[in-house]
Design a protein around this ligand. Sequence first.
Ligand SMILES: *Cc1c(COP(=O)(O)O)cnc(C)c1O
Length: 403
Amino acid sequence: MPFGVKRPIYLDHCATTPVDERVFEAMRPYFTEVFGNAASSSHAFGQEAAAAVLRARNQVAALLGVEQDARTGAREIVFTSGATEANNLAIKGAAAASTGKGKHLITQVTEHKAVLETCQYLRDHQGYELTVLPVDRQGRVRPGDVKDAIRPDTVLVSLMWANNETGTLLPIREVGAICREHGVLLHTDATQAVGKVLIDLAADPVDLLSLSAHKFYGPKGVGALFVRRRDPHVRLVPQFHGGGHERGFRSGTLNVPGIVGLGVAADICREHLSDETARTASLRDRLEQTIQQAGGVAINGDPAGRLPNVCNLSFAGIRGDKLVAALDDVALSTGSACNSAGVEASHVLRAMGIDAQLAAQSIRLSVGRSTTIEQVDYVADKIVQVVTDLREQQTSYAVACTA
Ligand SMILES: *Cc1c(COP(=O)(O)O)cnc(C)c1O
């Protein structure tokens, strides 16, 4: 086992990422010197803050292929506190604006809780009907299922661009074309996709898109919702009322330092997108190939259409909690969560038809901007060794939460 690799090693970039130093430096003045309220247009303090927000709005737009505006900043970008809020605004806002058409929503079983629970809230408390589409073994929704689920009273389809546990990608053009054809809005939670795959909303048939800065080297607590203004002009009922900020979509004093950080983080991702995609994919593939030497390793997700930086692996015959305990110098995520009721296997893996036991025996490794070959090799070698040792030791594979 190589020495000299600094530990613990962070391979959990799907959970969050560190703020890039360049992002941090760009944000710094906006806490103390340029502290104005971006809505205070009558003086220089406010004007300077507003100019920074305008720049950030265009930087986010550039990353997404959205029309910029030198005078106002991109009009289709609404700043929020993150992807959870963006998802809530998109789904509740679009649903409330479309009651004249109907009250039927479509989503899929592998969505993040911020989408699933928002849809379930509308079903359980606001009288909406909800269709939750299944996925196949690779975690893919079938476009034909989307088409079949659309009804005359369907107002919104919400399907994530990339899954946060497996990296499985949505066939966005195909699904978008179906929604367009039927005149139904398409929202996508692109929190994991932004900065990792090419997004071009000038061509991609998406009407609403959520993102979060902390998943691509920006700060936590800031994100955005893209709201299409032309073909179609998307209407949303605001969920926060107050001063009418963000064109009335989202009242509340803007988080200027956070928004500046989001903008710079977007800029860096745009500039390095293709290099970083290739670099992280090669690290991820190297990690995966070495780990597979342990034998009995299944890759969960769509090998032909996955994010470049994630791998989700199941280890036959290895208890997930034992594996994680032995990998105490590696930061990763597991396909199970211990709660008061015991072990709950990931709803995403379960929905893909992976049995509860194997789902609980899975781990997610996600590489990022600062991940090195040395780190990947250390982790891969260690996993092979731990899995081999555990297979020798273990006599019982029962899944349980151990203290
Ligand atoms: C992280 C994540 C969220 C939540 O984002 P926050 O900005 O932390 O609220 C939503 N959806 C997906 C797919 C995510 O990965």
